[in-house]
Structure formats: C-alpha cells, structure tokens
Design a protein around this ligand. Structure first.
Ligand code: ADP
Length: 630
C-alpha cells in the first residue's frame, strides 16, 4: 500500500539551496548538465555492478539517458535506466548533505547572498541545481534488481520539506521531473534543450536521447515521434587531442567535477607500449571547501577499457595532489578490480607515478610562464597542499621544492607568497651561506620579529613562513641547491657571531661574560641560557630555542593541537648596545637585577608571539620600572 511521508530537510540543505539558486541564476542551464552527469554516473555504476551480477541489468542492454519536455504540463524530465536508489539511499543522498565538512563550510556563510555567492564555487553543484529552474521536483527511482513494487517517489518544492512515497516502477533507474518556475519557459524548447546537451554533455559515455516529432514529406509535423540520439556519446578521452577544443575539455571538466568554473589546465595523454592507458587530468581553479577534510573524496575516476570502475580512486594520486580531477582509463587492469587490489598493484603504481610526473611538469610549466597569473591563482589556492608534497613524496621532493612560493622581506607585495627558492638564490650575496627564513603565526608577527633586525641591516633576504604547515616543511626541506635552509631564530648562526666578535677587546669580552652570568643567575629557573647577541639593532633582547629543542613556534602549534608540551626554557639573548641592557648592566641590587632581567625576557617572549604565563606581572613590573624614570 502506498503512503506518503513528509520529511524535513537538514537545515544545511535549505541554506545551501538558497545560496545556489542565487549564485547560479545567471548560469541556470547547468541544471541539465548536473542531472545528466548524475544519470551517467548511475549508468556507469549499473554497468560495473552487472559485470558480477547479471540479474541487475534486468534483461535490458541499452543503457541510455532520455531528456524530454511537456509543454502543457510545463515540465522537463531526465530519465535513466541505471542503478537507481532504494528508499534509504534517497533519504541519504537527496535529503541530506552527507559530507561532514559541509557544516563547517556553511558556518562561513554571512547570510548576505551577494557575499556568500562566491562560496558556492568551492562547493559541487549537483542535484540541487534542479531548484534553480524548478519550483517542484519529482524524483521516481527504483534500485536495479529490486521488486517493481519497491520504487520510491521523492517530491519537494525545495522549501524545508520533501515527501516520500512507495510506488510501483516498471523500469529500473531514476526519472526526474522538473516543474518549471514561471519564467523558465525557455527550457520547454527542443532546440534549446538539445543545444545544452550538446554543449555540456556531448562526451558523456552514454547516448542521450530526445523525442523528435516526425515530419511528413511536405515537412509538416506528424503524430509520430521517435527517440533520437543527440550527443556523440564517445568518451572524450578516447578522442585524439587534435579533434578536441578547449571548450570540449572545459565542458567535460565541469561535468565530472560539478564545478561551474573552467579548470586552470588540462593534461591529456595516451600511453601505448607495455602499459596501455589514457589519462585526462585537470587542475581546478578553486580549492574545494573540504580540501582539508579527512573524509573528503578524491577526484579521479578509474575506467578499465572504457568501463567505469570507481570514483575517488585514491591510489591513483598521492594525498597532496588530491585536488587533481579527471579520468584514468587502463587497458591492463581486470574489470573486477577492487580497492584492495589497487592498493598494491604494479600497473597502478606505474600509472600513478607517471601521472604525478605529468601534474608536476604541468605545474612547472605554469610556474615558468611569462604570465604568472595562472600559477599565482594555483598557489594561492593549493600552495599549502603542495607543501605537504615535500613531506609526502620523497622521490619528487626537488621538483616540488622548485614549485614552492613564499613571502619574503625582499618582496613588496606583502603577505602574498610569490618568491621561489630559486629567486632567493639568484639574488643572494656570493658569500652568503644559507637560505634564511623565519616562522611565525602571522605575516605581521614575522615582519615585526626582532630576529630580522640584523638581516635587514645587512640587506639579507629572509623568507617569511607563516602557514601552519611551514614548520613541518622546513623540518623536511633542510637544503635547496646545496644551500642549507636556516631559521633566523636558530641558536646556531655562528657565521654572523664570529664576524661581530672578532673586533672585541679581551676586556669587552670579559664584561659581557660578567653580564650574562649575572642575568643567568637572577632568572635561572626561566632560561636555559643567557647570551650576548650582536644580531639585534633596535631591540634590547630576543629569545631563541636552545639547540636541540623544537622551535617556540612549533611548540605553540603543538599546544594548540592539544599536545601537552614539556616546558622548554628559551635562551635569552641580550643586545649589549641597547640602553636598557646597559642600565641592567649597571645595577647592583639583586632584586632589581631580577626585575629588569624578567622584564627583558618577557618582552622578548611577547615579541615572539608567546603567551606569558602571568601577563599581569609583566605589566606591574613594567609600570614600576617606568615610574622610576618619571
Ligand atoms: P554528487 O553527484 O556530487 O554526489 P548530487 O547531489 O548530485 O551530488 O547527488 C547526490 C547523490 O545522489 C549521488 O552521489 C548519487 O548517489 C545519488 N543520485 C543522484 N542522481 C542519481 C541518479 N540519477 N541515479 C542514481 N543515484 C543518483
């Protein structure tokens, strides 16, 4: 017996729908591309699953998509005889947004549609695009292999609720009927629909058919109608490059990625010989909102001899290249290949390393191009992910290192990351030994660090590393082109200390030793050592990590991630030329020495972006010292 149930959408779905309708209004015909793409996926899945379970095909061998319209009822429909969905699958796929990152994504929304509309670019479009043109959508579906009486009808006006009903459905697969909004009559037109299909879906692997009215000998319409195929239905990647336009490539990208922008670049390669496969890979322009979500799906589709095998074939690309979208079609894998087999398969390994090489070569090409705008777009979106590559992909470390971009003291464009390691080397002084960098939480903290003072004075470039991953990056990338990468906060900058010390008299040296001993004694439990530094010019003091300790910035990050860190006392470095240090040097009273020493230590820690354990004590101390000079 059929009964109708009403369900509420997840609140997120409502928000997303509103946003989508607003953002994509000027691009509204893409609803058809999205639904055809889903239908094609459903046919792919059926074809794949019927390899091992013939019953699923229900005796029907012609897999196809049908697009039609009804002028009177003002509906457009998209019908497939693919895998279909069970009732539970409908609830899961159509009423919810399963992805765990979605909530977070939606939290970013401001509620101002104009402002939010750019966010949709980070989000796949999909089935909900129906509601751009329709004010009611009916989806009737039956899972292949299920009883005919087990069909499900889903219906919604896209406003908070949907209804579910169990219905009889003769043919397996899914039929979607869009009840068009008032001003959407343009889609009740043969020519218009056909045109959209050939524009966006020409290279869908399955025939897309439309009803055509038969004309009589005089060219007049007859009662008779026939189904005619309107697309090429040849997988795009099997076509020779010479026959494909950028537009063909772009449209196919949008079909598989649900992205409504064009990709940044595509790579199409046919490999013949001991291994035979074709790959069509794309670099997107925009990072998806869930790029850092662990559950995120991967972008590559695997085909074997033109038969779709699986989505999200994560073994075809390393994690750091997870943003690459596209298709790999192999002639050497068995049709019944499983994820487990892919994990340790020689053919897959070879395809993977060749594909990685293609992507890195393409990136190198963009990075070297006269016009840097594409590479800059890429880096701003995916730079942080590429840095993971240095850690993850040892074999390609050097290639990836060449692709890295940083902000730098010698780059006037500010916090954008535009300087390569090669740029740095090309302009560094002949006798400079290392590539210097500083890590900090923010660009402002990096540029304001007292550690840069000497480097500024000497005109030495320092790379400003302010992304979370940078600490890990530099712990794996210790050298580039024979030059060591060195932190300006490292305790070991002997190359500068030796130079500065060589002009000191014995007497000066002794006086300095006495000063450091005095301070060290006063705040012994707070520092691991006290040293004189000649690296500061404007600031009285700075802190560095003791040799062997992890950097203060790294320790802060670990703490933020909930990792308990043992307390590490810093090395306090004093600038002997500074008036405050000279004052400290002149003091005799032990408690005063202690106050001044603590004051210098704490301000140095603050300048590093450290949290003081007792900030109120610091203020008190400072006020006492200030009132002494008033
Ligand atoms: P996406 O296609 O990006 O996953 P959609 O919102 O378009 O997102 O679709 C959600 C899910 O609904 C699909 O992943 C698929 O499982 C299911 N689905 C959509 N359309 C069909 C269809 N025509 N046949 C079978 N399943 C479908």
């Amino acid at each position: 017996m059929s009964h109708t149930e009403t369900h509420a959408f997840q609140t997120e779905v409502n928000q997303l729908l509103k946003l989508m309708i607003h953002a994509l209004y000027s691009n509204k015909e893409i609803f058809l591309r999205e639904l055809v793409s889903n239908a094609s996926d459903a046919l792919d899945k059926l074809r794949f699953e019927s390899v091992s379970n013939d019953a699923l095909s229900e005796g029907e061998s012609d897999l196809a998509i049908e697009v039609g319209f009804d002028k009177e009822a003002r509906t457009v429909s998209i019908i497939d005889n693919g895998i279909g969905m069970t009732r539970d699958e409908v609830i899961e796929n159509i009423g919810t947004i399963a992805n765990s990152g979605t909530k977070k994504f939606l939290e970013n929304m401001t509620g101002d549609q104009a402002k939010d509309s750019h966010l949709i670019g980070q989000f796949g479009v999909g089935f909900y695009a129906s509601f751009i043109v329709a004010d009611k959508v009916t989806l009737t579906t039956r899972k292949a292999g299920d009883e005919k009486s087990e069909g499900t009808r889903w219906e919604s006006t896209g406003e908070g609720e949907y209804t579910l009903e169990t219905v009889e459905k003769e043919v397996k697969g899914t039929e979607i009927t869009l009840h068009l909004k008032e001003d959407m009559d343009e889609f009740l037109d043969d020519f218009r629909l056909k045109n959209i299909v050939t524009t966006y879906s020409d290279h869908i692997n399955f025939p897309i058919k439309m009803w055509q009215v038969k004309l009589d000998e005089e060219g007049k319409e007859t009662e008779e109608k026939t189904l005619e195929q309107v697309n090429k239905a040849t997988a795009i990647w099997t076509q020779p490059k010479s026959e494909l336009s950028d537009e063909d490539y772009n449209n196919f990208y949008q079909t598989i990625s649900h992205d409504y922008e064009n990709p940044l670049a595509h790579m199409h390669n046919k490999v013949e010989g001991t291994l035979e496969y074709t790959s069509l890979l794309y670099l997107p322009k925009k990072a998806p909102f869930d790029l850092y979500d662990r559950d995120r799906r991967y972008g590559l589709k695997l085909y074997v001899k033109r038969v779709f095998i699986m989505d999200d074939a994560e073994h075809l690309m390393p994690t750091y290249l997870r943003f690459v979208r596209g298709v790999i079609d192999s002639n050497d894998l068995p049709l019944n290949v499983s994820r487990e087999i892919l994990q340790s398969n020689r053919v897959v390994d070879k395809i993977r390393s060749a594909s990685v090489k293609r992507v890195l070569d393409q990136l190198a090409k963009l990075a070297k191009a006269e016009d840097q705008s594409d590479y800059e777009t890429f880096w701003d979106q995916f730079g942080n992910v590429m840095k993971e590559g240095v850690i993850e992909d040892f074999a390609n470390k050097d290639k990836i290192a060449n692709l890295l971009r940083f902000s730098s003291t010698h780059d006037s464009s500010g916090p954008t990351q535009r300087v390569s390691l090669q740029n740095y080397i090309d302009r560094m002084g002949e006798d400079q030994e290392a590539i210097y960098y500083i890590t900090a939480d923010t660009y402002a903290a990096a540029t304001g660090s007292p550690h840069l003072e000497m480097f500024r004075k000497k005109g030495i470039e320092v790379l400003l590393l302010t992304d979370r991953i940078d600490e890990w990056l530099v712990s794996h990338l210790t050298e580039f082109e024979g030059k060591q990468l060195k932190s300006v906060t490292s305790a070991d900058l002997k190359e500068f200390d030796e130079e500065a010390e060589k002009d000191l008299s014995e007497e000066d040296k002794k006086a300095r030793e006495a000063l450091t001993e005095k301070v060290k004694k006063a705040i012994e439990d707070q520092v691991s050592d006290v040293k004189i530094t000649l690296r500061l010019t404007d600031s009285p003091a700075c802190v560095v990590s003791a040799e062997g300790d992890i950097s203060a910035h790294m320790a802060r990050m670990m703490e933020q991630m909930g990792q308990a860190m043992p307390k590490q006392n810093p090395v306090l470095e004093l600038n002997p030329e500074h008036a405050l240090v000279k004052k400290l040097d002149s003091l005799e009273d032990e408690s005063k020495i202690k106050e001044w020493s603590l004051f210098l230590l704490e301000q140095a820690q603050l300048a590093e972006g450290d949290q003081l354990e007792k900030p109120a004590d610091f203020i008190k101390r400072m006020n006492v010292l200030l009132s002494e000079v008033i």
